[in-house]
Design a protein around this ligand. Structure first.
Ligand code: TXE
Length: 480
């Protein structure tokens, strides 16, 4: 049994209440570990450690701070195989995906923000002949970073790295569904000599320790990624406390596929955008709008690929599609497929749970599922499913495609597939999403603003946006 501990003040510590949550391996459906169900008592220890560490970390020479973050990145790379296997086991994702995407990206997050330490500058505003204003950007202080289960170490470090780079001390909480790689990050911090208390990792449920972190008066900012309903609850809780808040929430991302696209490449990329990580990425395409003249051909090409993509044991190198993260989540995704059937949807392929043999007999596997014939108002076109389920709809004109795409409460990411330059720019300008990819998906430059509009969130992560979020700006006006 793999028993995880909290990481507080540079040491692993058991939860004071001695309470644990089961950690289940999605590919087997079996409990394989225990995660602390931490509460306010553990948080008090973490806050006290962070308070002590804050002056040390804030005053550390920038080059030295950057060196520590680079050392964390190097150690993640050094332990990448172990981390990839841990991620695949904990989350159910294919180990090849963890090896090629999740773990390298976690290292990149630290490297990128290590450089930001020395590149982050502030402004001066001269008032000719009378005064000079300059802006100071001190760290916020102690900040909370709360992350979800779909890209565990990748998103955990995407928040922690800029928070540390800006000079904050961090209380971080990974998802209780996928705690393992976050727990290993503590060992890495110990090994490279991150001063104790600078990063504290508390495990447990959102309702208990997640909420406690948000509410603690010493925690001055919260960076959260997760479901829209949770984001709304946190926003409500924090509004009267005037804390800084960054919310990266759900999506219902449209893909607009025009007849003039590069057909084969678009099929390939749209398929990946739909089913990567079993569709459990907030950026995955889930509503496909296809120009009518290529609708049937495109549909057939997608269905053929979906039939060939069969789920298998995530720990095997050849696995291309792993397990759904948990039983409740599998049930939720299946309930959307049922709702599609009841609303007149036609299941073109998939729609069923898959039973594997051997050690994965009880695992949570689902066939890639493609549905057509649903109106845009159907639940499957309006609500975030967060699984390997996509819908197809034909369109006739650019205006119709745009109207369908924008008919959503979400606004995270859209993809546009066309070789018509003016159309691509028109669409990019008119789509109500925080991110638009043209003829690509998940091509990431860490300097760019990252986040969504409307129910997809508040604020932006990435590059300078993240550094600004984790600092306060203070103007100093000097008259001469
Ligand atoms: O997310 P939650 P869940 C979507 C997806 C999924 C749904 C729910 O549709 O089906 O959200 O997933 C912590 N105060 N996304 O249940 O509950 C929680 O412990 C403070 C989209 O996993 O939002 C975890 O660490 N914290 C998403 C984190 O919040 C709280 C990725 C996310 O959990 C809390 C994941 C509270 N009251 C799911 N309640 C994306 N956009 O990437 C929970 N938490």
């Amino acid at each position: 049994m793999d028993i995880i501990a909290n990481f507080i003040d540079g040491q692993y510590q058991v939860p004071i209440n001695q309470q644990y949550l089961d950690n289940i391996e999605p590919a087997t459906g079996k409990v394989y570990g225990q995660t602390p169900d931490s509460d306010n008592q553990d948080l008090a220890l973490a806050i006290s450690a962070a308070k002590q560490a804050l002056p040390v970390w804030q005053k550390m020479d920038l080059e030295q701070r950057a060196d520590v973050l680079i050392a964390i990145a190097d150690e993640i790379e050094h332990r990448s195989e172990e981390l990839a296997l841990a991620e695949a086991r904990d989350n159910g994702k294919a180990v090849s995906l963890a090896r090629n995407i999740d773990i390298p990206r976690a290292a990149s997050n630290f490297k990128f923000f290590a450089h930001a330490c020395s590149q982050f500058a502030s402004e001066a505003h001269a008032m000719a002949g009378s005064a000079i204003n300059y802006t100071l950007r001190p760290p916020v202080g102690i900040v909370g970073c709360i992350s979800p289960w779909n890209l565990p170490l990748y998103l955990f470090t995407w928040k922690i790295a800029p928070a540390l780079a800006a000079g904050n001390c961090v209380i971080a909480k990974p998802s209780e569904v996928t705690p393992k790689t976050a727990a290993l990050l503590g060992e890495i911090c110990q090994k490279v000599g991150l001063p104790p208390g600078v990063l504290n990792i508390l495990h447990g449920s959102g309702a208990k320790i997640g909420q406690a972190i948000c509410q603690h008066p010493q925690v001055k900012a919260i960076s959260f990624t997760g479901g829209t309903a949770t984001g709304a609850a946190i926003a409500q809780l924090l509004a009267p406390k005037f804390k800084k808040l960054s919310l990266e929430l759900g999506g219902k991302n449209p893909a607009l596929i025009f007849a003039d696209c590069d057909f084969d490449n678009t099929v390939e990329q749209v398929f990946r955008a739909s089913f990567a990580n079993q569709g459990q990425i907030c950026l995955c395409a889930s509503r496909l709008y296809i120009e009518r003249s290529i609708y049937d051909k495109f549909k057939q090409a997608l269905v053929k690929k979906a039939i060939a993509l069969t789920p298998s044991d995530p720990l095997k190198a050849e696995c291309q599609m792993g397990a759904i993260v948990s039983k409740p989540h599998l049930d939720k995704v299946l309930s959307y497929i049922d709702s599609a059937k009841s609303q007149g949807g036609k299941i073109l392929t998939g729609g069923q749970q898959v039973k594997l043999n051997g050690r994965c007999q009880q695992g949570y596997f689902l066939q890639p599922t493609i549905i057509e014939n649903l109106p845009n108002s159907a639940r499957c076109n309006q609500e975030e499913i967060f699984g390997p389920v996509i819908t197809l709809q034909p369109f006739d004109t650019d205006q119709e495609a745009l109207a369908l795409a924008n008919d959503s409460q979400y606004g995270l990411a859209a993809t546009v597939w066309t070789n018509h330059l003016a159309r691509a720019h028109d669409m990019a300008e008119s789509l109500n999403t925080g991110i638009v990819w043209v003829n690509c998906w998940l091509l990431r430059d860490l300097r760019t603003p990252f986040g969504g509009m409307n129910h997809s969130g508040l604020g932006r992560e990435g590059g300078l946006e993240a550094m600004r979020f984790f600092t306060e700006s203070k103007n100093v006006c000097v008259k001469y």
